[in-house]
Design a protein around this ligand. Structure first.
Ligand code: SF4
Length: 414
């Protein structure tokens, strides 16, 4: 069977032009995918089994045990959800509210400040389709889409012809990279690559803002005032510009406000936008849903009708301080990616993992519940990195429950 226009959930670009050739439930070939997307669609990872305390069990018993652990906990925490559909995320928010639980996701320590500034209307943003059709200036700041979002440059930001950019990258688009290292993207845009020392992004932002406000810019590293003035002049000539903020930038800035000020200064004469380079395919969806419900994008604790919010509700802080006494982790692997001193606190509390694939965290979990892959095996909706909603239709018949169904059954059991 040939499937057209399938949505890939390999990253938050959610490419919707994927072709797939199947034989029964076996994927024979994928078209238009990058290697990352093809691996995601084939489901190359080892699947998780359903276990309680390491012993294989049926899913009904695992759901009952998960519900028992969560309802007996005084301060449970729900974490993850960047790789879940909007429908599953809604159920998780409902569950957190019912349990008076902490709720957080990866945006808490990555793109949260950028998404928050956009949702609060503090900084202009745009869609990827607008970038393709209108953008003549692209700035990848601390981001390397050629590695992280492999089809970004070809579908939207650099190579394609757009309505107002018929000559594409050869004549109509200028791409700039600011990074601490020579990345794959910087090699593609090597004419405009500015290599800066780690941690100096804020200094360059302030210097560019000063230059745009008519002052003489200065930085303590190897860029002269003349080079900064030339870069500021290049940027302010843009008809439609977008800054793609990567983790390199976000991690380097204690606050996002200097970037907002830079865009304000640029927009006295230009038309610039900010977009987060979101990794997990639906992290932004979680931020949007939680923002609609609580006014916050992450780091919350429900308490009856009240919602507490702040760094003390972040997954890192709650785990580190020992505040939580049970954790439900959905589509995430803290043991594989958190600092060791924090991740090992998971061993002290009952842990439930819902995930399609086996992870380090699932290996130590008290309860592990395997789910279907949203995309290939389960339907749903998601929010792309630019805030656009995308519908996902599966093409494989799977006996596995979706995240949404598992969370619904846990909710019913509590
Ligand atoms: S760029 Fe992302 S969404 Fe597109 S095919 Fe690759 S992994 Fe999938």
């Amino acid at each position: 069977m040939e499937i057209k226009d399938f949505v890939c959930t390999g990253c938050a670009l959610l490419c919707d032009d994927i072709g797939i050739k199947t034989e029964g439930n076996t994927i024979e070939k994928t078209y238009n995918t990058c290697r990352k997307g093809a691996a995601r669609i084939r489901g190359d990872e080892e699947r998780m089994t359903c276990t309680i305390k390491g012993r294989e069990e049926n899913i009904d018993k695992a759901i009952t045990e998960a519900a028992r652990i969560l309802s007996e906990a005084n301060k449970p925490m729900i974490y993850g959800l960047g790789n879940s559909s909007l429908e599953a995320q809604k159920k998780a928010i409902e569950l957190a509210s019912k349990l008076s639980a902490y709720l957080d996701d990866t945006s808490s320590f990555c793109q949260g400040p950028v998404v928050e500034a956009i949702l609060e209307g503090k900084v202009p943003t745009c869609t990827l389709d607008e970038v393709r059709h209108l953008a003549d200036m692209i700035l990848f700041w601390g981001s390397d889409p050629a590695s992280s979002h492999p089809r970004h440059l070809s579908r939207f930001s650099y190579f394609p012809r757009g309505e107002k950019r018929q000559r594409g990258w050869e004549e109509n688009r200028t791409a700039i990279v600011i990074d601490v290292r020579k990345s794959d993207t910087s090699e593609i845009c090597n004419k405009n690559f500015y290599r800066i020392p780690p941690g100096s992004d804020g200094e360059l932002i302030d210097a560019l803002t000063a230059a745009l406000n008519g002052k003489i810019p200065k930085v303590s590293f190897g860029m002269s005032s003349k080079e900064i003035l030339e870069l500021a002049n290049l940027l302010k000539k843009a008809e439609f510009g977008t800054i793609f903020a990567g983790l390199g930038l976000v991690y380097s800035l204690p606050e996002i406000e200097p970037m907002i000020k830079l865009i304000e200064a640029l927009n006295k004469s230009s038309n610039f936008h900010l977009m987060p380079m979101v990794g997990q395919y639906n992290m932004r969806g979680f931020n949007h849903l939680l923002f609609e419900k609580t006014g916050y994008i992450n780091r919350v604790k429900f308490d009856g009708n009240k919602v507490d919010h702040g760094p003390h509700c972040s997954v890192m802080e709650v785990l580190n301080s020992g505040e939580t006494d049970a954790m439900l982790i959905i589509g995430s692997d803290p043991l594989g990616c958190f600092p060791k001193s924090i991740a090992e606190k998971l061993k002290n509390i009952p842990t439930i993992v819902i995930d399609p694939a086996r992870t380090f965290t699932s290996m130590i979990a008290d309860v592990s519940i395997p789910s279907a892959y949203t995309g290939t095996e389960a339907a749903g909706n998601a929010v792309r990195m630019d805030g656009e909603k995308v519908e996902i239709t599966p093409f494989i018949d799977s006996k596995k429950l979706s995240d949404e169904e598992i969370l619904k059954r846990i909710l019913e059991a509590i």
